[in-house]
Design a binder for this molecule. Structure first.
Ligand SMILES: Cc1ncc(COP(=O)(O)O)c(C=O)c1O
Length: 420
């Protein structure tokens, strides 16, 4: 069936022009033009990011913070200029609050390792939610095994939203409330500020896993009420190998270093060491310089589009996707997560008839359509949903209705392939 629901999205983003910026989107797989709908796993990279990194290696490459010669200073300046771009992009007050890590997982592990081991003793309470990615679960499980802290969970409602009825009781006495701003499985946008306000009123610190949020919505630390916030560069047009931990300055100041060596020291003696000032205190060893500079270029790219426009585009595309898939497949498809586009991101986990998600993904791949299948690193959430796995399509700035129609057409092929 062809895409009969084609309608033109509002002039939020010029997707035809944007697509031309992404070299990978020009390729074909299995003789079909690629339809990349797996941006929740990682986004594609615009040419400007690739060129920026190549230019760095070809003309500047030198280690940072150590050399006094010209290109070493240039490398340091470019890296620190990228930190300023990150600061501005998320509305942090100072570059002292912007720590570079390897990815969101490392950022959250840094929080658990350093803040957790400093502030949490036996019996102390950390509140999480049922929809967390493993990156915001396992570090706390490790701490629980090590020092017997208590983990409490905000439950998920049937409509894909968090159940806040019990929030006051859950956060009562808690030291930390750590949760995702947007689910990588359901697309749910969680009520971050509301939870943060209740957590703060109870005296808890608030840590946000913003890995799926920062690439897709305007981010303002103060508006969100975040004390700590983690995200990855590779989901927002940047390279892999670079992540960010935002931390309120007084909180980071009071945290001990995470890893030791390299740039994180001010002085080392045979009887001890003095850590560097923020944010370098948390950046041990040679940093991923090209990746940091590449992330800066990705931020410039997103800023040129405008994050408000990015969000508007995704809300419209989400509405189109929900409408198209339900009108074309009715009861044959079950899309998880909130039904209302304004309450979610463009991430669509679904079950299709009784096909196994891996089979769906393989048959879609033959049509050039890249969707993910599995538990999406959220096994506890899968258990809450009563399933083992889903297929998941996730959209970004370079996707439009034609990708949604291609996805739907490929699902038709899957149904035919399995002879329904
Ligand atoms: C919500 C969420 N948190 C954390 C992560 C971990 O990100 P990374 O693998 O880049 O560390 C992901 C990645 O999919 C995610 O979706």
């Amino acid at each position: 069936m062809a895409g009969g629901l084609m309608s033109t999205l509002g002039d939020t983003l010029d997707v035809t022009a944007i697509r031309k910026d992404f070299p990978l989107l020009e390729r074909s797989v299995h003789g079909k033009p690629i339809v990349y709908v797996d941006s929740a796993a990682t986004s594609q990279k615009p040419r400007v990011v690739l060129d920026t990194m190549t230019r760095y290696y070809e003309t500047i490459n030198a280690n940072v913070h150590r050399g006094v010669y010209y290109i070493a200073e240039q490398a340091t300046n470019e890296m620190e200029a990228a930190r300023e771009k990150v600061r501005d992009f998320i509305g942090a007050r100072s570059i002292r609050e912007v720590v570079f890590t390897k990815n969101a997982t490392e950022s959250l592990n840094l929080v658990a390792h350093s803040w957790g081991r400093t502030n949490l003793q036996r019996g102390d309470v950390v509140v999480l939610t049922e929809l967390e990615h493993h990156a915001n679960l396992v570090p706390w499980h490790i701490l629980k095994a090590e020092r017997d802290i208590e983990l409490r969970f905000i439950r998920l409602r049937d409509d894909g939203q968090l159940d806040l009825d019990d929030l006051d009781r859950l956060v009562d006495g808690a030291k930390l409330v750590s949760f995702s701003a947007m689910s990588n499985v359901l697309g749910t946008l969680t009520p971050v500020r509301r939870i943060a306000d209740v957590a703060h009123a109870a005296g808890a610190t608030v840590c946000i896993d913003a890995c799926q949020f920062v690439p897709h919505l305007p981010t303002d630390i103060a508006e969100l009420g975040a004390d700590l916030l983690a995200f990855s560069g590779h989901k927002m047009c940047g390279p892999t190998g670079i992540g960010v931990l935002y931390g309120r300055e007084d909180i980071l100041d009071a945290m001990p270093p995470f890893l030791g060596g390299g740039e994180m020291i001010r002085d080392v003696r045979l009887d001890g060491f003095t850590p560097n000032e923020l944010p370098w205190k948390f950046e041990a060893g040679t940093p991923p310089i090209a990746e940091i500079i590449g992330l800066g270029a990705a931020i410039d790219y997103l800023n040129a589009l405008g994050m408000d426009a990015v969000r508007r585009h995704e809300v419209e595309l989400t509405a189109y996707t929900l409408r198209t898939l339900t009108e074309r497949f009715g009861d044959d498809i079950n899309i998880y997560g909130p039904a209302e586009p304004s309450q979610r991101g463009a991430v669509f986990s679904f079950s299709f008839r009784d096909l196994h998600p891996h089979d769906i993904s393989q048959v879609l791949d033959q049509q050039g359509v890249c969707v993910r299948a599995g538990h999406h690193c959220a096994k506890p959430l899968m258990r809450v949903l009563g399933i083992g796995a889903t297929a998941r399509a996730s959209l970004y700035i370079y996707n439009d209705e034609s990708d949604v129609d291609a996805l739907a057409d490929a699902l038709d092929s899957a149904a035919q392939f399995f002879d329904f």
